[in-house]
Design a protein around this ligand. Structure first.
Ligand code: NAD
Ligand code: UGA
Length: 457
C-alpha cells in the first residue's frame, strides 16, 4: 500500500485520481486543494465539474480509498508519491506576458513539498509545463541542508474534457519520463506499476524527462494545428462553393491523414490549446528559433481569425446592425459534455455581440454558472436562459456555438415560428440539417458551407 497525494483538485486532479483510486484499491489516494469551496464540492453530491461518468467513479471509492482535503501540509508529510496538477496558465505580467507559462503555483507547490517532507518522495509532474521544468523542481527540492531523497518524474496528462473518464480508463498511451539514474528508474517503475493495474504494458511509454515534458506541448500543438488547418480551408470553401465536411471526409480517408480532429468549427477553445502553443512559441523564441516560433504562432492567429470571421458573418448577414436585436447563443461550454467555459469561443462571440449592443440570450445545459463567472462585467448585459426554446423566442438569429447533441434535436419548426423574421441560423459547429432548416424558412450560414439565403420576394 502506498500513500498517493495529488495537489490540485481541478479538471485534471479530480478525475485522474478518482480513476487511479478505483483501479488501485490497495493504495490510499488523497486530493488536496487550497480552494476550500472546491474541496467541499468534491465531498458533496454536486461535484465541482461536470464530466460524464465522473460521479459514478467518485462515489465508488470516496471515503474508502479516495479522500478530498484542504490540509495540504499534513498530507504532504504522509505521502509517498505526490502528483502535482496545479494550474499553469499563461503569464499576464512581466517578462513573457501573454506567452510564457505562469509557474508561480507550480513553484509554491515545490517549496511546500520541501517544507513539509520528512521522508523520501516521488514527485510527479501532471501539470503541463515548459520543457526542463523538472530541473527547476529538482533544484528547489534539494535546496535545503537535509538533502532528502526526492525523485521528479514527468507524467503529462492527455485526457480531453467531456471524455476524461473514458480517456483515463482506456488511454492511447501513458507517458512517463524520468532521469536515467538508478533512483530515477526506480521512481519511474513505481509510476508504471500504478498504471499497469489497468493499462496494457505496451501502451505505457517511458522516455527521458525532457522528451516527456516536451511531448505534451507538441501533442497539443499538433492537435490544434489540425483544427486551424481545416478551419483555414473552411474560409476558402465559403468563397468557392466547396463543402468543408465533404473535404474532411475525403482527406480523412487517407490513412496517413486520418479522420479525427477535422471538424471545422467556430474555433478551438479550452484552457490548454492556446496556452500550450503560446508556451511552445515562447520556448522557441527563448532558444533563438524565431522561424519555428512564428510557424506555431500562426496556429493561434488562424484560430483568432476564425472566431472573428464568425461574428463578422452574423453582423453582415443581419444587415450590418444587431443593435437592439435579440440573438440566441446556443452553447457556452468550449465543447460538448463539459461545464468548462475557459477560452470558450461562445463567450468570445457573446462579447462581440454585446459590444454591438445586441440583446444576447445565452443557453447551455451545464455551463451557464461558469459562463456568468467568465463573462465578468459583461454578464450584466447577457440574459442567461436554460431553456433553448425560450432563448430563441422573438430572436432574429440563433448562433450554434457548442455541439451539444441536444441542440441538434430541437423542434426547429416550432422555433422558427417563434422567431422574428427573416430568421437566421449560424451553425458554428455544423451539427444541424442545413437543407431541412432552409426549407422551413431559415436563412442558414454554416462554417465552410455555401450560404443558404432566401431571396427577397
Ligand atoms: P484547474 O484550474 O482546474 O485546477 C488546478 C487546481 O490547482 C485549482 O483548483 C487550484 O486551486 C489548485 N492549486 C493551485 N495552487 C495550489 C496549491 N499551492 N496547493 C493546492 N492546490 C493548488 O486546472 P486543470 O484544468 O486541472 O489543469 C491543471 C494542469 O493540467 C495544467 O497545467 C493544465 O495545462 C494541465 N492539463 C489540463 C487538462 C484539462 O483538460 N483541463 C488536460 C491535460 C493537462
Ligand atoms: C485537449 C486535448 O485533446 C487533450 O489531449 C489534452 O490533454 C487537453 O487538451 C489539455 O492538455 O488540456 P480538450 O481541450 O479538453 O483536450 O478538448 P478537445 O477535444 O481537444 O477540444 C479542444 C477544442 O477544439 C474544443 O473547443 C473543440 O470544440 C475544438 N475542436 C476539436 C474542433 O473545433 N474541431 C475538432 O475536430 C476537434
Amino acid at each position: 500500500m502506498a500513500n498517493l497525494l495529488c495537489i490540485g483538485a481541478g479538471y485534471v486532479g479530480g478525475p485522474t485520481m478518482a480513476v487511479i483510486a478505483q483501479k488501485c484499491p490497495e493504495h490510499r489516494v488523497v486530493v488536496v486543494d487550497i480552494d476550500g469551496a472546491k474541496i467541499a464540492a468534491w465531498q458533496s453530491d454536486r461535484l465541482p465539474i461536470y464530466e460524464p461518468g465522473l460521479k459514478e467513479v467518485v462515489l465508488s471509492c470516496r471515503d474508502k480509498n479516495l479522500f478530498f482535503s484542504r490540509e495540504v501540509e499534513r498530507h504532504i508529510a504522509e505521502a509517498d508519491i505526490i502528483f502535482v496538477s496545479v494550474n499553469t496558465p499563461t503569464k499576464t505580467f512581466g517578462q513573457g506576458a501573454g506567452k510564457a507559462a505562469d509557474l508561480q503555483y507550480w513553484e509554491k507547490t515545490a517549496r511546500l513539498i520541501l517544507q513539509h517532507s520528512r521522508t523520501p518522495k516521488i514527485v510527479v509532474e501532471k501539470s503541463t509545463l515548459p520543457v526542463r521544468t523538472a530541473e527547476a523542481m529538482e533544484r528547489i527540492l534539494h535546496s535545503d541542508d537535509r538533502d532528502l531523497p526526492f525523485d521528479v518524474v514527468s507524467n503529462p496528462e492527455f485526457l480531453s474534457e467531456g471524455t476524461a473518464i473514458r480517456d483515463m480508463e482506456n488511454p492511447d498511451r501513458v507517458l512517463i519520463g524520468a532521469r536515467d539514474t538508478p533512483s530515477g528508474q526506480k521512481a519511474m517503475q513505481a509510476i508504471v506499476d500504478i498504471y499497469a493495474h489497468w493499462v496494457p504494458r505496451e501502451r505505457i511509454i517511458t522516455t527521458n524527462l525532457w522528451s516527456s515534458e516536451l511531448s505534451k506541448l507538441v501533442a497539443n500543438a499538433f492537435l490544434a494545428q489540425r483544427i486551424s488547418s481545416i478551419n483555414s480551408i473552411s474560409a476558402l470553401c465559403e468563397k468557392t462553393g466547396a463543402d468543408i465536411q465533404e473535404i474532411a471526409h475525403a482527406i480523412g480517408l487517407d490513412s496517413r491523414i486520418g479522420p479525427r480532429f477535422l471538424n471545422a468549427s467556430v474555433a478551438f477553445g479550452g484552457s490548454c490549446f492556446k496556452k500550450d502553443i503560446l508556451n511552445l512559441v515562447y520556448l522557441c523564441e527563448h532558444y533563438g528559433l524565431s522561424e519555428v516560433a512564428r510557424y506555431w504562432d500562426q496556429v493561434v492567429r488562424m484560430n483568432e481569425y476564425q472566431q472573428a470571421r464568425f461574428h463578422s458573418c452574423i453582423l453582415s448577414s443581419l444587415f450590418n446592425t444587431v443593435a437592439g436585436k435579440r440573438i440566441a447563443v446556443f452553447g457556452a461550454a468550449f465543447k460538448a459534455n463539459t461545464s468548462d467555459t475557459r477560452e470558450s469561443p461562445a463567450l468570445h462571440v457573446c462579447r462581440a455581440l454585446v459590444e454591438e449592443r445586441a440583446e444576447v440570450v445565452l443557453t447551455d445545459p451545464y455551463a451557464l454558472d461558469n459562463a456568468r463567472i467568465v463573462l465578468g462585467e459583461d454578464a450584466r448585459r447577457v440574459i442567461f436562459e436554460p431553456d433553448p426554446y425560450a432563448a430563441a423566442a422573438n430572436a432574429h438569429a440563433i448562433a450554434i456555438l457548442t455541439e451539444w447533441t441536444l441542440f441538434a434535436h430541437l423542434d426547429y419548426q416550432a422555433i422558427y415560428r417563434s422567431m422574428a423574421k427573416p430568421a437566421f441560423i449560424f451553425d458554428g459547429r455544423n451539427i444541424l440539417d442545413h437543407r431541412g432548416l432552409f426549407s422551413m424558412g431559415f436563412n442558414v450560414q454554416a462554417i465552410g458551407k455555401p450560404p443558404l439565403i432566401h431571396s427577397a420576394r
